[in-house]
Ligand binder design. Structure first.
Ligand code: SF4
Length: 150
């Protein structure tokens, strides 16, 4: 399972398959990480710097985070994509098509002027999260998505 949690400042990624349940996140920031709650992560319940510190101590790589840099990510079902916006300007997208086997991610691209900010990963996670919530399998034919999900 892949999940993306966002507040105004940061985006937190969680990959359940990598989680070793060592609970360093829970002890580091119990306000945001509470395994008795659903969803168990709520990054709006704690200061951003405390969430960031707890994420950085995750030993397995199941948790990771990036700053948002004022870039908004939207899931646009009609266009079969997630899209990144700086203000009203489209600066990146992750495209998929529906097949009998699942959702095929075939293209992920971010304007090079915005590279190095984790935007492509946010785009891929947004599509994957939506697919998983709708019980669809993800098939990453785009090399970047395959790397993120590998
Ligand atoms: S610190 Fe990382 S490995 Fe440990 S429970 Fe939290 S997410 Fe899982």
């Amino acid at each position: 399972m892949h999940r993306l949690y966002e507040n105004e400042d940061i985006s937190v990624f969680w990959d359940s398959e990598k989680c070793r349940h060592e609970k360093k996140c829970v002890t580091g920031c119990p306000e945001a990480f509470d395994i008795t709650r659903r969803p168990w992560i709520n990054i709006n319940d704690a200061p951003t710097d405390k969430v960031w510190q707890a994420v950085s101590k995750c030993p397995s790589g199941a948790l990771s985070c990036v700053y948002n840099h004022f870039i908004r990510i939207m899931f646009e079902a009609d266009a079969h994509r997630s899209a990144a916006y700086s203000g009203e300007i489209l600066i990146g997208e992750c495209d998929y098509e529906e097949s009998e086997e699942g959702w095929v991610i075939y293209h992920t691209e971010v304007d090079p002027a915005f590279s190095g900010k984790g935007i492509a990963k946010r785009l891929v996670y947004t599509v994957v999260q939506e697919a998983e919530r709708n019980k669809n399998r993800i098939i990453p034919s785009c090399s970047y998505a395959a790397k993120v999900l590998g």
